[in-house]
Design a protein around this ligand. Structure first.
Ligand SMILES: Cc1ncc(COP(=O)(O)O)c(C=O)c1O
Length: 383
């Protein structure tokens, strides 16, 4: 028998775990409504045509080799201009997922931690476990904005940084300028860098986003982004990290991490150049569609007894609180699955939540959202 490693037991990804259970129910003939996938493609959204054309062109121009490990020089230049940093501060990665992996490899040692938002994108939790770090979370308040006092309390002598995901997955929150300023002030006070996950930074359909790097001044920031969300192209698997502030000593670390895995897909890096330099008309259109869906989700949550939601303002998720006889949100979600509605338990995004939540992706068509809430309402009434 091949024995799996001890470390492998630490890996989980609740967003995908639910799919296996859903597929079993689908096999029995239930008409499924998938509200669990943070990917625009299955819901009919396509990357802008000029980005797809750039992929075709790159294939014809034979970008089939390894690119320079840190990224295509032209892409690094375009990102550097976009982020207002030197090209040496840019590292192209295989999606932001690899960027997050690199951040952990670069900065995390056993027993140390980044303080994570509760709720948080689960990859941070998994990576922190895999690095044998400790898990420390800071809470969010009723509106799912970070609770600044809780952030302060979560910092220990072993903390190496503060993770900020804005707009937030899973909550859809867009943090206020004051919240960002408070986080930056605390980071400065404790001499900590901020890991700014900016992967949804153009998906804002209500209010205005204040990027961490806009206010960070003396606080070092490692910012991450990718083609996946802002350009509706998650299958491209290209992202990047950019280093802001006093971070020169990290350039060599990130370069070595890039070197050891050779390169990201070159054709797709060429597509990212087209994305950054080309028209951005899709953003307005996409955000308008998201807003329409958000309005419907909020209306439904207000109407249905047992549900409530802090209205999302960005990204494409709603983090919905549910009340009822279930002991845990996981129990609720797995029972709900029998109705064909697939959502993700809130506890998959944080072990410290005090209430029961589920995350719903708001990308499906309005009719599907209506249908989904119809089934949820019936299910809640039956309990
Ligand atoms: C907050 C957040 N960060 C990072 C990622 C990873 O994105 P990528 O597709 O660029 O690897 C995701 C994907 O869902 C995400 O939601």
């Amino acid at each position: 028998m091949i024995e799996p490693s001890v470390r492998s037991q630490l890996v989980s990804y609740p967003i995908r775990d639910i799919v296996q259970a859903a597929k079993k129910i689908e096999k029995k003939g239930t008409d499924m409504l998938y509200f669990n996938i943070g990917d625009p493609a299955p819901y009919g959204f396509r990357p802008p045509q000029h980005i797809l054309d750039a992929v075709k062109e790159a294939i014809d121009q034979n970008y089939s080799g390894y690119s320079p490990s840190g990224g295509d020089p032209e892409l690094k230049q375009a990102i550097a201009e976009h982020e207002n940093v030197d090209t040496e501060d840019v590292f192209v990665t295989v999606g932001l997922s690899e960027g997050i992996d690199f951040i952990y490899q670069a900065l995390m040692d056993p027993g140390r931690n980044f303080v994570l938002p509760s709720p948080s994108y689960p990859l941070y939790i998994t990576k922190q476990r895999l690095a044998y770090g400790t898990l420390e979370f800071y809470d969010t308040d009723q509106s799912l904005e970070p609770d600044i006092e809780s952030l302060r309390k979560s910092i220990t002598p072993y903390t190496k940084g503060i993770v900020v995901i804005n707009p937030n997955n899973p909550a859809g929150t867009v943090y206020s300028r004051k919240t960002i300023q408070d986080i930056v002030d605390i980071a400065g006070e404790y001499n900590l860098p901020i890991i700014a996950d900016d992967v949804y930074d153009q998906m804002v359909f209500d209010g205005e986003l204040t990027p961490v790097k806009k206010l960070s001044k003396d606080v070092p920031v490692i910012s991450g982004n990718s083609l996946s969300k802002n350009y509706l192209y998650p299958g491209a698997r290209v992202g990047y990290l950019s280093l802001h502030g006093e971070t020169e000593h990290l350039r060599d670390v990130f370069q070595r991490l890039c070197n050891q895995r050779l390169s990201a897909n070159w054709e797709m890096q060429r597509a990212y150049i087209a994305a950054l330099k080309g028209p951005h008309d899709h953003i307005k259109k996409f955000n308008a569609e998201l807003k329409e869906r958000r309005d419907l989700v909020v209306k439904k949550c207000n109407e249905i007894e047992g549900l409530s939601v802090a209205p999302p303002k960005g990204a494409f998720y709603a983090f919905i609180e549910v009340e009822g006889p279930w002991k845990t949100d996981k129990e609720f979600v797995y029972e709900l699955l029998e109705t064909g509605v697939v959502v993700v338990p809130g506890s998959g995004f944080s072990p410290t939540l005090k209430k029961k939540y589920f995350r719903m992706v708001i990308l499906p068509k309005l009719e599907q959202i209506e249908e989904g809430f119809g089934r949820i309402e019936k299910f809640l009434r039956a309990h």
